[in-house]
Design a protein around this ligand. Structure first.
Ligand code: 13P
Length: 256
């Protein structure tokens, strides 16, 4: 399967800085059939960036969206409004779940709304440190996966990507908190098995499974060579062109 390198810019860069950064990336990225590159800029930058984007090199994702189509939802942007601007949407990121109190219902409705608007969901899930300590990782992953996909028909499943992001391993430099390849391997194998139980093996193996959490050029290769890992969701390192490009190059080496 193709590998996907996704950069989640979170709430960083002004619109002008985003434009300069994209220009720099596009100059240096060499296209590859085996590696898909996706960036998720802040929503305010999405429309301006479409004017300079080379979609053969990079695709756009939103970091979030509202599942209602239109209406009295102050401050929100819907998947209907994002339609045509982005190819992908990050949904259910732990920062949305825990800082902005998004519920399981918000997430499953968002996955359905994205698909309805021709946007491929990147469904994020992962356990917190407390859940891990109590041995609840698999229960959390199963609940978040089954919940997030509960409105997805079999024929739509190949449009979905699933990103395993253990909350305790996000944005850390503490080595004890960096997920080991074994941690990631256990989780993605469990996710693949759960998808197989839900949808059957043929369809389940079409779903790219990504890993995210403190990925850097130095550890990207170790994650990308885990069987069942089909890509990476990168926060901090995606904001530094040299690092993001380095990870893309690693993915190309692993894919070839
Ligand atoms: P970091 O790569 O900064 O740990 O962020 C991971 C993440 O949350 C990507 O969505």
């Amino acid at each position: 399967m193709k590998l996907y390198i996704v950069g989640n810019w979170k709430m960083n860069f002004s619109v002008g800085e985003a434009s300069v950064y994209l220009h720099k990336l596009q100059q240096k990225i060499r296209t590859s059939k085996e590696v898909g590159v996706i960036i998720a800029p802040p929503s305010i930058a999405l429309q301006p960036l479409t004017l300079q984007l080379d979609p053969k090199k990079i695709k756009l994702a939103s970091q979030n969206g509202n599942y209602h189509d239109f209406g009295a939802y102050t401050g929100e942007v819907s998947y209907t409004q994002l339609r045509g601007l982005v190819d992908y949407a990050i949904i259910g990121h732990s920062e949305r779940r825990y800082l902005f109190c998004e519920t399981d219902k918000d997430i499953r409705e968002s996955v359905a709304a994205a698909i309805r608007n021709q946007i491929a969901p990147i469904l994020c899930l992962g356990e917190t440190e407390v859940e891990r300590t109590f041995g609840e990782t698999r229960d959390v992953l199963r609940d978040q996966l089954v919940g997030g996909l509960s409105q997805v028909a079999v024929e739509d499943l190949p449009k979905v990507m699933v990103a395993y992001e253990p909350v305790w391993a996000i944005s850390t430099t503490t080595s004890a908190k960096i997920a080991s390849p074994d941690d990631v391997s256990d989780a993605v194998q469990f996710l693949r098995q759960t998808l197989t139980d839900l949808y059957g093996a043929t369809i389940a193996k079409k779903v790219p499974l990504l890993y995210g959490g403190s990925v850097k050029p130095a550890n990207a290769g170790a994650y990308l060579t885990i069987p069942e890992v089909n890509g990476l969701l990168i926060g901090g390192a995606s904001l530094i062109a040299e690092q993001f490009l380095g990870i893309i190059e690693t993915a190309k080496r692993v894919a070839s």
